[in-house]
Design a binder for this molecule. Structure first.
Ligand code: ACO
Ligand code: OAA
Length: 374
């Protein structure tokens, strides 16, 4: 690559190899460690997928039992983290709370700077286990509700919902939530994962890399889009208003949240699986009008721009139907993506090279201060 070629937004640039996931826009497929994500969503739990992403292989029955026991033992919200969260005004976005919580958890870990794979695996499992408590508690305190303690007789997703809502919903809801976690878990060199890898490449610690990744995920062009989709649905209201709303938004050159993707130009491989999960929720909660709005906006966007939905489009309304507040949607993405981020942090460290691209300087030519020193 010559110094003067510019790849704005690094579009199309291959910066490293990875063995964690393969995004293939030609075949519209996504593999985690070789397994199609649709197959994982159908046959595995999120715990099994997390193990796969970290270790490269699905767990045996014994490995899974050991992993589940460990994860369940780490679920409770650290009282110090709770106190810090309580100090954060509810005017702050929940992503700011998650970012702060990760930072506090890191600052309280005496081995934060230890960077062996073993140490990073321990930190990864610990964050994976603790994030649901952070996300659930933050939503509850905003509603004036008390902390709900975790239950160690429940799987990851059932417990997450229990800590958020105080009870375990129907299996259909738990399954849809688990599927969303699996689909959100990993997606190669997306902006937040790349952020984590950049930070790791300086030999900074895992918590710093995850804190930075949370910041990158917050933006509306990335993870923040699942929240933004729900704002769009609220703005439109009902399906009969969708076309008019879209024409106005496009005339105003607005980006339609939940549509388009940097890599997939012909549809996101994860959308059909998440849409099927959304359909089960629309039936469960008897909310056909939400399904109609979804379909109408998707069809109108297809007709006008030939741009297809990304994963955030079905996830937003799915989380809404489950009862999550709209501002909590992107923190749910964090709880899932912690698996992919940390797998990438460990991979980056295993063959590290400082990430430091070049820029083409287009500022003023060399110049000098007139006159003497004042
Ligand atoms: C899980 C995830 O993070 S998935 C991404 C979630 N983000 C969103 O849903 C936000 C909305 N989408 C977008 O802003 C974009 O599609 C992105 C940022 C995701 C990808 O963008 P890029 O690959 O940079 O494509 P780019 O923005 O250059 O778009 C190409 C063309 O399609 C248009 N386009 C792309 N997405 C959209 C959209 N959502 N709404 C309207 N127009 C769009 C662009 O305006 C551009 O048109 P032009 O060539 O006439 O200028
Ligand atoms: O890959 C991307 O650019 C964004 C995305 O879909 C993800 O991170 O899941």
């Amino acid at each position: 690559m010559s110094e003067t070629e510019i790849y704005k937004g690094l579009a199309g640039v291959v910066v490293d190899t990875t063995t964690i996931s393969k995004v293939n826009p030609e075949t519209n497929s996504l593999l985690y460690r070789g397994y199609p994500v649709q197959e994982l969503a159908e046959k595995c739990t999120f715990e099994e997928v997390a193990y796969l992403l970290w270790h490269g292989e699905l767990p045996t029955a014994q490995q899974l039992a050991e992993f589940e026991t460990l994860e369940r033992s780490l679920r409770a919200l650290d009282p110090v983290v709770k106190r810090v969260i309580d100090e954060i005004p509810t005017t702050a976005h929940p992503m700011d709370v998650v970012r702060t919580a990760v930072s506090v958890i890191g600052a309280r870990d005496p081995d934060a700077s230890e960077s062996t794979t073993e140490a990073n695996l321990r930190k990864s499992v610990s964050l994976f286990a603790q994030l649901p408590a952070v996300v659930a508690y933050d939503q509850r305190r905003r509603r004036g509700e008390h902390l709900v303690e975790p239950r160690d007789d429940l799987g990851y997703s059932a417990n997450f919902l229990h800590m958020t809502f105080g009870d375990v919903p129907d299996l259909v809801v738990v399954n849809a939530f688990d599927v969303s976690m699996i689909l959100y878990a990993e997606h190669s060199f997306n902006a937040s994962t790349f952020t984590a890898r950049v930070i790791t490449s300086t030999l900074s610690d895992l918590y710093s890399a995850v804190t930075g990744a949370v910041g990158a995920l917050k933006g509306a062009l990335h993870g923040g889009a699942n929240e933004a989709v729900m704002h769009v649905f609220d703005e439109i209201g009902t399906a009969d208003r969708a076309e008019e709303w879209l024409d106005t938004a496009l005339a105003e050159k607005r980006k339609i949240m939940g549509f388009g993707h940097r890599v997939y130009k012909n549809g996101d491989s994860r959308v059909p699986t998440m849409k099927a999960a959304l359909d089960t929720l629309v039936a469960e909660y008897d909310r056909p009008e939400l399904g109609n709005l979804y379909d109408t906006l998707e069809a109108a966007m297809g007709e006008r721009k030939s741009i297809k939905p990304n994963l955030d489009y079905p996830s937003g309304p799915a989380y809404h139907l489950m009862g999550f507040d709209t501002l909590t949607f992107t923190p749910l993405f964090v709880a899932a993506r912690i698996t992919g981020w940390t797998a990438h942090i460990m991979e980056q460290l295993s063959a590290n090279s400082l990430i430091r691209p070049l820029s083409l300087y287009v500022g003023p030519e060399e110049r000098h201060i007139e006159g003497g020193v004042l």
